[in-house]
Design a protein around this ligand. Structure first.
Ligand SMILES: *Cc1c(COP(=O)(O)O)cnc(C)c1O
Length: 398
């Protein structure tokens, strides 16, 4: 059994805070300052340029990629880290489209995170043929997978409602009609068990600053099925993906047969030290234990809110098997109410138009946090604290 009291003790969460936003930005591992300091004083400062070899900086995209990949069931050598998730979405969809050159439809859904849709819009503009992005309601995606579709691009767990797509069913149907599937696992990795190998995924992308706790702006990742590695077309043909980067040839030749071809350019090596420290915590975590605890804590949270907080309505699927690891509630005054919660030390977030969202992250959240958070919400509603003037103004980042 995973020891969740032990994992909780590995995070440095401000005294008195109940942090229900680890689905958006994970908290700092206690080992992070030492890891960053060691990078500065033992790697960058003494080694300087030699560090690319002596400290293996050049291949950390792959060594860390393998560690991230393990958490989604990816085989070694099929995942790299670097860049941002938006860029990895672009790369994966571009690669998918070039695998099905005779089709013109990209299928996603209208619950997808906007940047994923925006990146596809930009990609379509670059193509000199007419492409179409279809975004049906999430529940209509399965019916939309037809032989017109080149790429199905979905985020497994909806960033607002927590609703989860059936990964296996989508892949089976897509492959049956000859389409390629790109999964965005931003709200899946570290939240729910994923096995990209068993599900026969083509492409998977995600970030490491949410449930993996690697810090704001931490590197993204991309996984490509081994069966595709030799043929996948890297639209972002940077020198890091070249067959021989240090030959400095004037023409691009992708690294044959390796995930290296999905690397683009020089990554932030400093951020890798934080990612490495964050990944250490996952070494002893069993994803099935994590899932069981996430469901237990989520169910408790939902039932406590439903009995104690009138006017606040649950906004996700009832069946926990159809959800990820965050839960959302609609409330007409969701924005000021969330600001009042934050002022009282209960940190969730607000997603327009009226959603209050809470991440249930078992690595550092326990039963008393859940009950404590509901106590605060109940009090805010009873006293109508959310009506206070100071909770009405919108910040740039919600
Ligand atoms: C968080 C998130 C992103 C963020 O993309 P960045 O490039 O890291 O800013 C993209 N897609 C989904 C589905 C997300 O949840």
């Amino acid at each position: 059994m995973t020891d969740f009291a032990k994992t909780r003790a590995m995070f440095d969460i401000p005294e008195g805070m109940i942090y229900l936003n680890g689905n958006s930005l994970g908290p700092m591992p206690k080992t992070a300052p030492a890891a960053m300091n060691s990078f500065l004083t033992e790697e960058w400062q003494p080694e300087l340029i030699k560090g690319w070899n002596t400290k293996n900086w050049f291949m950390q995209t792959n060594t860390l990629g393998d560690r991230v990949g393990r958490l989604i069931g990816a085989a070694p050598g099929t995942t790299v880290v670097g860049d941002t998730l938006s860029i990895k979405v672009f790369q994966a969809v571009a690669a998918g489209l070039s695998m099905v050159p005779d089709r013109r439809v990209i299928l996603s859904d209208n619950g997808n995170f906007p940047t994923d849709l925006y990146m596809v819009e930009g990609l379509m503009k670059l193509k000199n043929k007419e492409y179409e992005l279809r975004i049906p309601n999430p529940e209509d995606v399965m019916a939309g997978i037809t032989d017109e579709v080149a790429v199905v691009m979905l985020t497994e767990v909806d960033y607002r409602t927590g609703r989860k797509h059936d990964m296996k069913a989508v892949i089976e149907k897509a492959h049956a009609v000859g389409a390629v599937v790109v999964w965005d696992l931003a709200h899946s990795i570290g939240a729910v068990p994923v096995d990209v190998t068993e599900a026969d995924t083509d492409f998977a992308v995600g970030c490491t600053y949410k449930y993996l706790n690697a810090g704001p702006g931490a590197p993204a990742f991309i996984h490509v099925a081994s069966r595709l590695l030799n043929d996948v077309d890297p639209a972002l043909s940077g020198w890091y993906g070249h067959e021989a980067p240090f030959a400095f040839d004037t023409d691009y030749r992708p690294m044959p047969g390796k995930i290296d071809r999905m690397r683009v350019g020089t990554p932030s090596i400093a951020s890798f030290s934080l990612l490495s420290a964050a990944l250490d915590i996952w070494e002893d975590v069993d994803m099935n234990d994590l899932r069981a605890r996430s469901i237990e804590l989520s169910e408790l949270f939902i039932s406590e809110i439903e009995t104690r907080c009138p006017g606040v309505t649950f906004a996700g699927p009832r069946n926990p098997e159809e959800r990820g690891s965050h839960v959302s509630f609609r409330f007409e005054h969701g924005y000021p109410c969330m600001q009042a919660l934050i002022a009282a030390g209960v940190i969730g977030d607000f997603r327009a138009p009226d959603i209050m969202r809470f991440g249930i992250t078992p690595l550092f959240i326990n039963h008393s946090d859940i009950l404590g958070a509901v106590d605060v919400l109940e009090r805010i509603l009873k006293n109508e604290t959310w009506k206070e003037e100071r909770f009405q103004t919108r910040s740039k980042v919600t």
